[in-house]
Every structure is written in structure tokens, then in C-alpha cells.
Design a protein around this ligand. Sequence first.
Ligand code: NAP
Length: 312
Amino acid sequence: MAEIKKDLLIIGAGPAGLGAALYARRADIDFEITEKHMAGGQIVNTEFIENYLGLKKLSGFDLIQNFTEHCKEMEIEIKEYTSIASIKFIKSKKKFRCQIFDSNDTYVVSSIIITTGASPKMLNLEGEKELIGSGISFCATCDGALYRDKDVAVVGGGDTAVEEALFLAKFAKTVYIIHRRDQLRAVKILQDRAFENKKIKVLWDTVVEKFEGKSKLDHIFIKNVKEKKVSKLQVDGVFEYVGYVPNSGLVKDLVKLDQDGFIITDQHMRTSHQGIYAAGDVRNTPLRQVITAVSDGAVAAMIMDKHMRGLL
Ligand code: NAP
């Protein structure tokens, strides 16, 4: 069993983790950055990004490529496909023991920056679990092309739902946006684009009641909540975008979370536990964007450095 001793472990290599890593490298902190999957986080599955200052509209994949190439140039090695299974605080040493999943190796570190992001929320309806991957998807970028000239539905009314509906409209015959209220939550520029798109039809005040299909999705039952009317809608695919759940499980017993499970931090990205910082979508931030995640990561690394050097 090997003990890997470092000053800092950054857990998660999405925009927040990579932002933290860049600043940690420049501050000459002895750190490591791990990522459960491949580097990138949620933006790997994002068709395009047009609100990252200084970079004109580009795909999520290209943005991540830029990020990881930059990290490589700064001699940052991202430990991909390395999952942290548990974190224990050793009170006497003021250190954290971070066990790597499926390995005998453990990190022993003084500080941790949690940048584990968030995962798509499910609707938890009848027929849903069985049909995930067979008509129900959480990633239009991955599965959209399978629905050329077909009818699909997107559930949700936020930025993600509308953005992905616009993407799906490139392939599909009809894209229904099923939204539970009579107003979209998405920003106006996205709403305008959706309303102008002839393939997109918004079903207002409507919720999905259940999914049906034998080996693949065939139709759904939807309910107009104002008229209390249930109807059957024939669709080949349903894309769920009803928000995210934070990936905060690793530290749920160590730090304070808000009622939705997001990690509570102060403006310095400090959590309620000394030595643990959180940055990006996993924390209770008012804005979840790539640009704010990168910035959170930078703040966390710089504050960690100041603490380590006794300047705070
Ligand atoms: P979100 O803003 O939380 O929106 C979730 C949507 O799903 C809302 O319209 C909500 O309805 C609906 N919803 C939630 N639970 C539901 C349920 N059980 N049944 C039916 N509908 C349900 O999530 P998001 O769109 O994924 O965005 C997450 C964050 O990422 C936001 O901060 C967003 O601004 C950001 N984002 C930004 C961009 C961009 O800047 N380009 C792109 C994507 C995401 P209500 O409106 O009625 O609550």
C-alpha cells in the first residue's frame, strides 16, 4: 500500500478543477489532480459554448481540448480514470486520507479542493429506468444524431433544455419542449432562438406522467396541469434536462451542505471544514457557468496557498 503525500489534492478535472490546477502550478504547490472519468466534466457533452470571454463560439469538446493542452504545457498531469472512494480526516495530524477506488494507494494531503461538479437529475417516473439508453437520454450531443427525421421531446425549461432542443432540431422532425410552467427559465437569447425555430413546439404547463415502450421508448403520457388533461404523445426519444444534483457525496459527512446537497462555501471557496475547499457546480453558487467555475477554482487554489503559507 503506497501513501502518496501531497500538500493538495484537487478532486475533479472539469473547468473548476483545471482552473485550480493552473493556479496551484503557478504557486508551486505540491499537488495532484484526479478525475473519475476523462477530463472535462459536463462540457464534454455540450454542443457549443459562446459565453467564455475571449473565445468565439466553439464546441465543448474543443474548449476542453484547449484547457487540457494548456495544462499539459504547464506540466500538469491529470490523473484520469482515478476515482476517490473515501476521505477521512486524521485529527491528530490535521491531514486527509483519500482512498483511491480499486487500488491500494492512498493520498495523504493537508488540503483538498472538491471540484466534482453535478450530474443530471432524473424525473423518477414509471418506465423511466428501464428505457434509459433505449429512447431516454441525458445527452443530446451524444445521441441526437440517432433521431434524424424523428419526433423527440426535451423535458425542462432551463438553459440546458432550450440549448439542447436547438441542437436536436438540426436532426429531428419535431422537438417538443415539455415545460411544467407557462414561462421558460432559460435566458432570453435562447428563448428567442427556440421560438423562431419552426421544428420546436413548446408544450406549456405540461409534465410527463410515464414512459412506455417494450424494448425501446414508443410513447409518453403527458398531463396539462392547468386543464388536468392527460394525453399520449408519440415520440422516439426523450431528453431530460430538469437540473442537476451535486456530486457532494464524498464530503457529505465532513462539510455543511445546503438543502439540495450543494456544498456551502464562503467567498474564498472555504467550506465549513478547515482544509476543504469547493469550487464550481458542486458548491452553492448563484451562477453555474464555465467561466465562474474556472474562476472559483483559481480562488480556491490561491486561498489554499495563502493558508499554507500562514498569510491568512
Ligand atoms: P435549471 O436552470 O435548474 O433548470 C431546470 C429546469 O427543469 C427548469 O425549467 C425547471 O422548471 C425544470 N424542472 C426541474 N425539476 C423538474 C421536474 N421534476 N419536472 C419537470 N420539470 C422540472 O437547470 P439547467 O437548465 O440544467 O441549468 C443549470 C445551470 O447551468 C443554470 O445555472 C444554467 O444557467 C447553467 N447553464 C448555462 C448555459 C449557458 O450559459 N450557455 C447552458 C446550460 C446551463 P422551473 O423553471 O419551473 O423551475
